[in-house]
Design a protein around this ligand. Structure first.
Ligand code: AMP
Length: 401
């Protein structure tokens, strides 16, 4: 096995409540030296899978907490020839979901920053506490490497007030930080930059819609490199139909479920986050299974697909009006990059707006950025693979470099 030097590389960590994804990547060469995932941390039957130098190591390992997971990952790195502690890493870059109104830049992590991220955990109780555990684990396991937080909300920090404000009592909103923050910002920023590169135009001149369609899904309207609207709100629940999240829903439904079905706040939370979206509609959250079921004539899967497309088109329409002239509409993330039917159906019948998806181009499978619109269309429709790890590594490098 060849050992690629990790000098100058960034270890990117994405800590979830029971998982830890990591990638060791050089932000300049874009070479991924290794990546892996520790799963079911703190549960029975936890495991870790590590890829490096063309090899895959999968181990059942006792992982009672994230600190142990990082320590086991370190052992696997060492087994593959990279001792992280002495490899000359530039930084550890942490994905942090919520930056509240405080953090809108990648930030060197100090004790004060840890405290502040903890303080805004109320805004993202499902995510920030897990991110913090990852930060604390990395700081204790790799104390000599600076840690940098990259916030999922940061790109949307400057959303125009009209787009960021919920129409509720101002005092209540201000006291409790109730406003639209937006998420998936690292992806929307990275992809919109790649779109400008692909078109060979300065980003300041491009009006674009980015559709990040993964298990979580969000849309954004970006004018001249600045987001003017996005579909996720105070939490990542708002907006598009997602794998297991409802997206937009009349808030009256929550009141009804509480009053009439007597569901408590935690039950409603679980319903909307884990048992809704595609999963709630047809029992499946993976688009591949939905496509297979639709092909086999499953009416539930068909309905889920139709609801998904309907919501997506509603956002595309709204953002076309908000942006005025649109130069590009771009699909990214697992569904956006792979599901040709979603791309075709989301933009069907919009020829009179200059939007024409070319069926042959759309059917091509590729890992590269590509144009799928027809030559005579006035709006470029693109597929651009997202790369949040690379974006986090680059941002972390700018902070410490
Ligand atoms: P992400 O969150 O970006 O990793 O996207 C994950 C989702 O992408 C999965 O839940 C799948 O539904 C979807 N996906 C991945 N590969 C394909 C594919 N080949 N065709 C359709 N959907 C896919």
């Amino acid at each position: 096995m060849t050992v690629t030097s990790a000098t100058g590389a960034v270890l990117v960590l994405n800590a979830g409540s029971s998982s830890l994804k990591y990638q060791l990547i050089n932000p300049d060469t874009e070479i991924v030296i290794a990546d892996g995932i520790a799963e079911r941390i703190g549960e029975m039957q936890s495991s870790i899978t590590h890829h490096q130098g063309g090899e895959t190591i999968t181990q059942d390992a006792e992982l009672p907490d994230h600190r142990t997971a990082i320590s086991v990952a370190q052992d696997l790195f060492a087994e593959c020839g990279t001792a992280l502690a002495t490899a000359g890493l530039l930084a550890v870059g942490h994905r942090v979901v919520h930056g509240g109104q405080i953090f809108h830049r990648p930030t060197l992590i100090t004790d004060d920053v840890v405290e502040e991220v903890g303080r805004i955990s109320d805004l993202a109780p499902l995510h920030n506490p897990a991110n913090l555990i990852g930060i604390e684990a990395a700081r204790s396991q790799l104390p000599q490497v600076p840690s940098v937080a990259v916030f999922d909300t940061a790109f949307f920090h400057g959303l125009p007030d009209a787009a960021a404000t919920y129409a509720i009592d101002r005092e209540v909103a201000e006291h409790y930080g109730v406003r639209r923050y937006g998420f998936h910002g690292t992806s929307h920023e990275y992809v919109s930059g790649r779109v400008a590169d692909f078109l060979g135009r300065p980003i300041g001149e491009v009006n674009q819609i980015v559709l990040h369609l993964g298990n979580g899904a969000s849309a954004s309207a970006i004018s001249g490199g600045r987001p003017i609207d996005t579909s996720m709100g105070m939490t990542p629940l708002e907006g598009l139909v997602m794998g297991t999240r409802s997206g937009d829903i009349d808030p009256g439904v929550l009141l009804h479920l509480n009053r009439v079905a007597q569901l408590g706040v935690d039950q409603i939370d679980t319903l909307l986050n884990k048992w809704s979206g595609l999963k709630g509609l047809c029992g499946e959250n993976d688009f591949r299974s939905i496509t297979e079921k639709m092909a086999a004539g499953d009416s539930g899967a068909r309905k889920a697909y139709e609801v998904y497309i309907h919501r997506l088109r509603r956002y595309i329409g709204a953002y076309m009006i908000e942006l005025g002239p649109v130069d590009a509409i771009t699909f990214t993330a697992g569904v956006g990059e792979n599901a040709a039917s979603v791309r075709a159906d989301a933009l069907a019948g919009l020829e009179h707006y200059g939007i024409v998806v070319d069926a042959e181009r759309n059917a091509v499978r590729s890992k590269e950025a590509r144009r799928i619109s027809a030559d005579d269309a006035t709006v470029d429709v693109l597929v651009v693979p997202t790369n949040e790890e690379l974006a986090i590594a680059r941002q972390a490098a700018t902070v410490v470099g």
